[in-house]
Design a protein around this ligand. Structure first.
Ligand code: HSE
Length: 403
């Protein structure tokens, strides 16, 4: 028998209970064990829940029960979740987590703690929701030097951008829909300001390049400044606006990592990734480009990834499943300042002023544009070069074009 305790009965935690119940026979067969839900920790009462016999309010009950093998942490955040994860690992229990904030901020120390205690700390659900991506990166692609990871890593913002493009919804209407569907974080500013994608690119970079990359090292821009005008101009020239997390190994050995909206060409498979779907492109020096695609948020897709980790551990609870990376360093990460991009730019200016500043540029058009609104695509240049050229102009938007 393998006993599981779930911490936090929110969207993901309740999904894990549901999948463990729905697929119980399959899971037992695949693990050659009886995998059973023993506890659910939550401060709230759920008198009508089918799991009502499992609820506890005191983590010590789980921590001190030697029958609990696997603790599932779906609380989120990096305070209570850090305390409970630390205590569970010290108590010799493996931990499975969907908590990207905790892994991105404390992953190194928690992996060290898991190692010291001979248990596993797995977090497939922390990146890409239901998409299998961390295990393929660390196992199937282990024969490669990873050159780049680039992806649509946040379901809420992708949903919002899709609804703005397809249905002409306002940002606020689209966000409300994403919240109603259970995609958004409790505080949706983590989604729309890019922090959630930042945490996920930190985890991908750590696994790809072997060193902890901390969120504060990663320049992060969200989608709050994107307007329907930008969406229309992008469409007019065959591009989609997507929020991307990107990390690359630089020639100087450093890691470049950042999160920002990009114009993605309609011919790039990332452009076809819509609604809550995420996609992660991993480029290796042997395999070339690979892409992993699926539902990036939501109850059952995320629970699917959590239960996959549970099954992996339950097959042999005594054998530690190993994930590891180094502690990172202050000067390891560099901003994308030295990378040259083509840029989409929208300004409030006369065409002559634009030509004087930037030379011949590809002007874009949209219906209903106000007088003096000019949008165009530039040649490839760094952000500093762009800012220098446009210094005298009233700039409304500047978005990188993904090469
Ligand atoms: N709020 C996150 C998203 C949930 O929208 O992608 C999954 O991590």
């Amino acid at each position: 028998m393998v006993n599981v305790a779930i911490l936090g009965f929110g969207t993901v935690g309740s999904g894990v209970a549901e999948v463990l119940t729905m697929n119980r026979e399959l899971i037992d067969k695949r693990t050659a064990q009886q995998v059973r839900l023993k506890y659910i920790l939550d401060v709230r009462d759920f008198p009508d829940s089918p799991y009502k016999g499992c609820f506890v309010k005191d983590f010590a009950v789980i921590e001190n029960d030697p029958e609990v093998d696997i603790v599932v942490e779906t609380i989120g955040g990096a305070t209570v979740a850090l305390d409970f994860t630390t205590r569970a690992l010290k108590a010799g229990k493996s931990v499975v987590s969907s908590n990207k904030e905790l892994v991105a901020t404390h992953g190194y120390e928690l992996l060290q703690l898991a190692k010291a205690n001979g248990v596993s700390y797995l977090f497939e659900a922390s990146v890409g929701g239901g998409i299998p991506v961390l295990r393929p990166l660390t196992n199937c692609l282990a024969g490669n030097e990873v050159e780049q990871v680039c992806g649509i890593l946040n379901g809420t913002t992708n949903y919002i951008l899709t609804r703005m493009i397809r249905a002409g919804l306002s940002f606020e209407q689209a966000l409300k829909e994403a919240q109603d569907n259970g995609y958004a974080e409790r505080d949706p500013s983590a989604d729309i300001e890019g922090h959630d994608a930042c945490r996920k690119i930190c985890i991908l970079a750590a696994l790809a390049f072997g060193e902890h990359i901390y969120p504060e090292q990663v320049p992060t821009q969200g989608i709050t400044a994107i307007t329907l005008a930008d969406v229309d101009y992008a469409n007019s020239c065959g591009y989609k606006i997507k929020l991307l997390g990107r990390t690359l190994r630089m020639e100087n050995g450093k890691v470049c990592a950042y999160v920002a909206p990009h114009l993605v060409s309609g011919s790039d498979p990332l452009a076809g990734v819509e609604d809550v779907f995420n996609a992660v492109k991993i480029t290796g020096n042997a395999v070339g480009d690979t892409m992993f695609y699926g539902r990036g948020a939501g109850k059952l897709p995320t629970a699917s990834a959590v239960v996959g980790d549970i099954v992996d551990i339950a097959k042999d609870v005594k054998t530690r499943k190993c994930n590891e990376w180094g502690p990172g360093a202050k000067d390891l990460v560099q901003a994308p300042d030295e990378l040259a991009f083509r840029w989409y730019v929208r300004v409030n200016a006369a065409v002559d002023e634009v030509r004087k500043a930037c030379g011949e540029v590809a002007l874009l058009a949209r219906g209903g544009a106000p007088a003096r609104e000019i949008a165009f695509l530039t040649e490839a240049m760094t952000q500093a070069q762009l800012e220098q050229k446009l210094a005298g102009l009233d700039m409304l938007s500047a978005i990188r074009v993904l090469a």
